[in-house]
Ligand binder design. Structure first.
Ligand SMILES: NC(=O)c1ccc[n+]([C@@H]2O[C@H](COP(=O)([O-])OP(=O)(O)OC[C@H]3O[C@@H](n4cnc5c(N)ncnc54)[C@H](O)[C@@H]3O)[C@@H](O)[C@H]2O)c1
Ligand SMILES: [Zn+2]
Length: 340
């Protein structure tokens, strides 16, 4: 078992389910396991291990709605969930974000434990204490609320469908680029065969260390947004899967990093390509991407802030110029945006 502390959370990573699965807690009377259809078979095992019953959320982002939260609150009211009781989220980030949000707000905060079943969930969404649901904007309503424990069953992650493995790989590699050169080397040497038993703890350590330094994202936590400025714009404009759009966003960030700091953008694009990740987009309207970037730009007066790399594991947050953004977009196949 690997045991990593992330603020008040302990992350347990093993080839099976931690036993006991829940941390000891006096006064706990009941447990609700919250899941989605695709993770049902895992939720059933967790429920059996904890004496809980299973509650179903709608699939993917439909899980993170106000209505779904209301239904879950009402279920908990019916169950008379008390302040010493526990919610367990079993699923991808959409499940753990919702489980965490409801736990953060029920009776002003009850215990939540996460059992992430996607790689993205294991290395990113389930740790760090951010919870949220979507209203008109993604993650518009939320709270900071750490799980007491995160249990990663590597045997389950080994069964992931390739598309989900690939999406999580982007975030794991991102963690390496931000804070662990050995993780980057591992992907370089072994590609997608990089063992999850090494990848997951390494990526979790990077995020846990950064979150430990900066829980509420005033400074260094933003390093975890590497690739996400252009990545989010592409995701919004195209509907591309998050992990794939962020891979393209990493190439865009590398292009600006190359101009400013001599970072080797070609090297990163080749590494992403060798993993089967996209490094460019085609047929994407520059106007659409630019529109999303422009919204981002409004947030700071000086311009768009982007995470850049001076080198692997040496990130920096810079305000970039319109010309640099144009270069970044051109480097991923998005032509002639007009940002003014
Ligand atoms: N809180 C945070 O810090 C944070 C960080 C990153 C992402 N997120 C959030 O995480 C969400 C994305 O998470 P995700 O990428 O895990 O996607 P997801 O939760 O939407 O899951 C994707 C699909 O895979 C299914 N699934 C889950 N586990 C599976 C398994 N083992 N095998 C087969 N299918 C499985 C899900 O039911 C869903 O249909 C977004 O809502 C995002 O906002 C949160
Ligand atoms: Zn991401």
């Amino acid at each position: 078992v690997e045991r990593i502390l992330s603020g008040p959370s302990e992350v347990l990573i093993d080839a099976g389910l931690a036993d006991p699965l829940l941390p000891a807690r006096s006064g706990r009377r009941q447990v609700v396991v919250v899941t989605q259809a695709a993770a049902e078979r895992y939720a059933v095992e967790v429920a059996a291990a904890t004496g809980a019953d299973v509650y179903h959320l709608p699939d993917r982002e439909a899980a993170k709605t106000w209505e779904a939260a209301g239904d879950l609150y009402r279920h908990m009211a019916k169950r008379e969930m008390g302040r010493h009781d526990t919610i367990v989220g079993v699923g991808g980030g959409s499940v753990t974000d919702m489980a965490g949000f409801v736990a953060a707000t029920w009776l002003r905060g009850i215990e939540v434990v996460h059992v992430p079943t996607t790689l993205l969930g294991a290395v990113d969404a389930s740790i760090g204490g951010k919870t949220g649901i979507n209203l008109d904007g993604k993650n518009l309503v939320g709270a900071f609320h750490h799980p007491t424990r995160v249990v990663v069953n590597l045997a389950w992650l080994e069964e992931l469908p390739p598309a989900l493995l690939l999406e999580g790989t982007t975030e794991a590699l991102k963690a390496g680029l931000v804070g662990d050169p050995r993780l980057v080397d591992l992907y370089q040497e072994q590609g997608l065969a990089a063992p999850l038993e090494v990848v997951v703890p390494a990526a979790v350590r990077v995020k846990a260390a950064i979150v430990g330094e900066d829980f509420r994202e005033s400074g260094v936590r933003a390093f975890l947004n590497l690739g996400h400025t252009v990545g989010h714009a592409i995701e919004s404009a195209t509907g591309m899967a998050h992990g794939l759009a962020v891979a393209v966003g990493l190439v865009a960030a590398a292009a600006v990093s190359e101009q400013r700091y001599g970072f080797d953008a070609r090297w990163l694009a080749d590494l992403l390509a060798s993993l089967g990740l996209p490094t460019a987009v085609t047929g994407v309207s520059a106007e659409a991407v630019t529109e999303y970037l422009r919204r981002d730009k409004k947030r700071t007066a000086a311009g768009i802030r982007m995470v850049l790399l001076r080198a692997v594991a040496d990130p920096v947050i810079d305000v970039v110029t319109d010309a640099e953004l144009e270069h970044a977009m051109a480097s991923v196949g998005i032509g002639s945006p007009n940002l003014s």
